[in-house]
Design a protein around this ligand. Structure first.
Ligand SMILES: [Zn+2]
Length: 490
């Protein structure tokens, strides 16, 4: 008896020991210094972990109202999921369609032709228990990660694959049903989304479809989020415009470490975001591959650490531009796009290299904008001349170092602080000491997501940005949370 206990205790101790070992390993793998090793070391991250894109097949089936199914599809698009259907959106899929789709997704040629997808994680969303008829076939033949079921007959499903049942959500729903009738034929897409957005705003919290899509989002790993469409693009989603200042190896206000900047880019990339330029944003050109969402990267104050060259003329890998170019090297889909809003008489504080740096920026798809000469508060200026002087002087500096085809003509307000109402028009157009300027966009900082350039309320003279890091109390994750919650709904 005693021996038996001793063996049990020994075994127990051994297991504790194993757990301790595994825990310490797990701990070291999230250690900050290890995370920093990822910096410039793409090989440590499997590609499929980085770009998690997955299709969801919606099989609405019977027992689910057409309006609900349409709305849910929209919700899923809103929520950055892919919605896949072989048929047009008016028709629900049947079991044969599901088989065909899964067959297609399992086909290696099809998979190779669509590297933007992660076919290892395909989900079926359905309200029909008839899907249960396919259970044997799906379990044994197809690569499906899970079934999301909205209905009451979960017991008929019989899948070995994981099932998320939303029956409790639909019970909740019945008490809060919102009836939505759309004449889809007679809506153009922009109108449709505006209309949906209004409705959504009205019913947001007790709308069961929101509850359903939220529950789905918990089921699927957050890194799997992506907006992919099949002809149903949402052009009205809000866009995060990030504002950085110093990129420097120190922890302080207005400073982000280069390693952290790299991790921020990675966080956005993992969630299917790719940067676009301010120029493209203003011109309503969202030049990113299908399935991705746009964001914009900006740097204020034109500090040396934003763009610095080493003695041998190479770009310092630890400066803002260096990190962005390195990230673009590591991830093919990521194109270097960023705006640098500069001040004083020399952009990036080095007269000898300013012109070359501006060339490098534009050749790589980045841009330079105006942040005024002296970085003073516009709000404290009492006369028109001061406002114009601040803008015109820096406009002149930028243009003296830039080729004409580069002229961006975007003004970022120092402190995000606009002038008094009577001087507002001078942000757009004015002159001082013989130098005239004409800005095409004005950039603020109100810690808000920016409107889509397709939004009827979009105003290039009032573009919102989000300060990132200290002192703004934001991180890439918290901003992505905001996007998650607000992206498509104002
Ligand atoms: Zn500034």
């Amino acid at each position: 008896m005693l021996k038996k206990i001793n063996i049990k205790i020994l075994l127990l101790l051994f297991f504790c020991f194993l757990i301790l070992i595994s825990k310490s390993e797990a701990k070291s793998s999230i250690d900050i210094s290890n995370r920093y090793c990822i910096y410039y070391e793409k090989k440590d991250i499997p590609e499929e972990e980085i770009v998690g894109k997955f299709p969801i097949i919606i099989y609405a089936g019977d027992g689910f109202k057409k309006e609900d199914s349409d709305f849910l599809k929209k919700q899923i698009i809103y929520k950055n999921y892919a919605y896949v259907s072989l048929k047009n959106s008016e028709e629900d899929l049947n079991n044969d369609d599901i088989k065909e789709l899964i067959g297609l997704f399992s086909n290696k040629d099809f998979q190779n032709a669509h590297p933007e997808f992660n076919f290892h994680r395909t989900y079926i969303l359905t309200s029909s228990s008839k899907i249960g008829e396919l259970s044997g076939e799906i379990d044994s033949n197809f690569d499906i990660s899970g079934i999301i079921y909205i209905g009451k007959n979960e017991d008929k499903l019989n899948f070995e694959k994981p099932i998320l049942s939303l029956s409790s959500t639909s019970n909740f729903a019945r008490k809060n049903v919102v009836s939505i009738n759309f004449d889809l034929e007679n809506f153009d897409k922009i109108e449709l989304y505006s209309e949906l957005r209004k409705l959504y705003r009205r019913f947001s919290l007790n709308n069961y479809l929101k509850a359903a899509s939220d529950t789905i989002s918990n089921f699927i790993r957050s890194s799997d989020m992506i907006y992919w469409d099949r002809g149903e693009e949402n052009h009205l989603g809000n866009i995060p415009i990030l504002m950085y200042h110093n990129i420097y190896e120190k922890d302080d206000r207005y400073i982000v470490r280069p390693e952290k900047l790299y991790m921020d880019l990675l966080d956005f990339y993992k969630r299917g975001f790719l940067p676009i330029s301010m120029e493209d944003y203003i011109n309503k050109k969202i030049n990113i591959p299908k399935g991705f969402s746009p964001y914009i990267i900006t740097f204020d104050d034109g500090e040396k650490n934003n763009f610095d060259l080493k003695k041998d003329g190479s770009i310092d890998k630890k400066c803002g531009v260096g990190v962005i170019l390195q990230f673009a090297k590591d991830f093919d889909l990521f194109k270097p796009r960023a705006s640098f809003y500069v001040i004083r008489d020399v952009p990036f504080y080095d007269k000898n290299s300013a012109e070359e740096k501006i060339d490098i920026l534009y050749e790589n798809g980045m841009e330079v904008g105006n942040h005024t000469f002296n970085h003073l508060h516009f709000g404290e200026m009492d006369n028109a001349e001061d406002v114009q002087k601040a803008i015109a002087s820096e406009d002149k500096v930028i243009k003296s170092f830039s080729k004409e085809e580069y002229f961006t003509d975007v003004l970022a307000l120092p402190y995000g602080d606009p002038p008094k109402k009577e001087f507002l028009h001078l942000l757009e157009e004015g002159s001082y000491d013989g130098h005239s300027y004409k800005n095409r966009a004005i950039v603020y900082v109100k810690q808000k997501l920016a409107l889509s350039p397709f939004d009827p309320e979009f105003d290039p003279m009032e573009i919102q940005r989000l300060g990132i890091g200290s002192p703004y109390n934001t991180t890439a994750e918290s901003i992505l949370e905001m996007v998650w919650d607000n992206k498509f709904i104002k």
